[in-house]
Design a protein around this ligand. Sequence first.
Ligand code: GDP
Ligand code: IMO
Ligand code: MG
Length: 447
Amino acid sequence: MSGGQIGNTCVFGLSWGDEGKGKIVDLLSSHFGLVVRFNGGANAGHTVCVDNEKYALHLLPAGVLHEHTVGVIGPGVVVDPLGLIEEIDELASRGINVEKKLKISERAHLVMAYHKIEDRLSEQASGSGSRIGTTARGIGPCYADKMKRTTAVRFIDLLHDDDLSGRIRRIVAAKKASFQALYGDDDGLDADAVLADIDVGRTRLSDLITDTTELLHGAIQSDQQILFEGANGLLLDIDHGTYPYVTSSSTGPHGIGAGAGVPASVLKHRIGVVKAYSTRVGAGPFVSELADETGDRIREAGHEYGTTTGRPRRCGWFDAVSIRYAAQVSDATHVALMHLDTLSGFAEVGLCTAYRIGNQTVQSFPACTSLLEQAEPIVEMLPGWNGDLRSIRSFDALPESARAYVQRIESVVGVPVSIIGVGPDRSQTLVRDPLRNVLPVPETSTV
Ligand code: GDP
Ligand code: IMO
Ligand code: MG
């Protein structure tokens, strides 16, 4: 680990998820002692590729792959205890032991079997027009119980609630009745099985339950560097995304106050990650989508299949309207532009700079789903480039049209593109000034 005052940093997605956040978090982690997840749950799938080894992290912060980092799962995360144990064990089987350096907030909520059942049943019952296309990980139902309060279970309850078994039995009975009434099915939901899951969670995870809020404030007081790892993406944010086709948490730097218990004012850098084109998995408006051969070509070139669900991702040209909006809402200080290599070989590449809605040209991002669904993309075509970019390590060595494309993105989004991805591996990354001065990237590609 290198020292120096880098400043607390948040890495988050500027689009609809899967932007390459895992890679950037892993890349930066050598400079941070603590890596913190503050939102979402196992709906996230963050890929890290190091030395031909590929890791997919769902609940664990991607930064825990580094030996020196402490991983923190903050109060705002919804945690499937069995999924987390599986992830810990899977990494251990590959020689990476994270159990002793992982902290789970006492305040974090548990995703239980009935949340996953409800997620599935509710999606199945929705018509194709209103289905969100969730990851079926129980995220929305768990956050709904958190807001409802009386039916929620937190990690602290595993240690201090003497009536937890009784409460779980009452919650399960109510859930069964409600699922039967709403869906005519409860998928075999059984209180004893839920209690057995809780026992497994308590046995394996009790030692990890911590007052992470105090831990993080202590770290801030002693000038330790903290890296906050956003899950999902700004356009999936519960307040600022393409509602209702969103996830149920605050996905950007604004989420760290609620989700980690420390104010967002501690952040020095807010690095918004986005691909050189746009993708979306699940339903919802996507103005620059290419539902044609060009979209298929991007999908195959970029291996655009979901890390969590394996679903094919919808692909389209870089949607500068939505990304400019996301950068504004999150006050991004830097953009990390991933997958520039994937666009090699296209004669021209498109940049959606405005929407046509009716007879109006619109440059701000509409809140209304039906307006977004009617919107036509206004696409500026720029010259493409050829050749494999994966071995290139400096901006100046990129083909001229690739550089011009990046510069055009900087000008339309209004934020410097300080990191560029030219391949999935940690080493396949370019870092530009001014970030290069504060975040020197490791030359080697070892964990
Ligand atoms: P996350 O959820 O934001 O962490 O992103 P995912 O891991 O779900 O999806 C990003 C995918 O792109 C993963 O398969 C990464 O290995 C891959 N990836 C990340 N950056 C690059 C890049 O610059 N070029 C290429 N070709 N692949 C990349
Ligand atoms: P990472 O962290 C891509 C999408 C789902 C669905 C909507 C709601 O890997 O970028 P949910 O299960 O959260 O209720 O689903 O949000 N979604 C993601 N899409 N990457 C993610 O995470 C996502 N997390 C949620 O596809 O459209
Ligand atoms: Mg992902």
